[in-house]
Design a protein. Sequence first.
Length: 230
Amino acid sequence: MRLNKLDSNFLRYLVDSQVAPGERLPTLNQIGQELGVSVGKLREQLEIARSLGLVSVRPRVGIVREPFDFSQAVLAGVLFGLGTGEATFEQFSTLRQAIEIDFWDTAVRKLTSTDKQKLQQLVEKAWAKLKGNPIHVPNEEHRQLHLTIFSRVDNPFVTGMLAAYWDAYEASELTRFSPYDYWLEVWEYHERIVGAIVTDNLAEGLVLLSDHFDLLPTHPETAVSNNNHK
């Protein structure tokens, strides 16, 4: 593989040396001597690698190679684009929807009985929050339900993109002011989607998944407006 597009001595070192996840790296001084690169330059590149989640620096341990997580690589760019207004959450949401629809059949067929039990438990926990006193919005259950459905997809770019979506979703506060009825409808769909998964009715599940995407407001102010008219 040609690495000339990878403009980082430090990252090329990780690739060329085949440093495995969890493995401790030499010091920057040692790496610099091996590559003929200044420690100052490597330190700058190390910080970029840390921001991408590729390495960590641990007290009394040193630099450690972390497993590849595409969500870490993409999230900063997504949040920057949303923050500057050069991209919209609706655009990112459209990409996420296309991924989930396209990988639905592959993902659901790989789910284990334990996975399906977990999905049912997440639905139960969500209803307990929505019908409790006081009422709580099941945000974590929402995230975990979707990520669990696609957790067996053997593609780190797919799973990473979906994980980044949920981080961006939380940051967008898109549904922060959504009315109670909105959440009831969302979880009615989720319950039916999980029911279709458990009974291996994949076609019905896909239709429900696609239909429930239409419930998501495109802008935070949309949710506020809907709430004011309830």
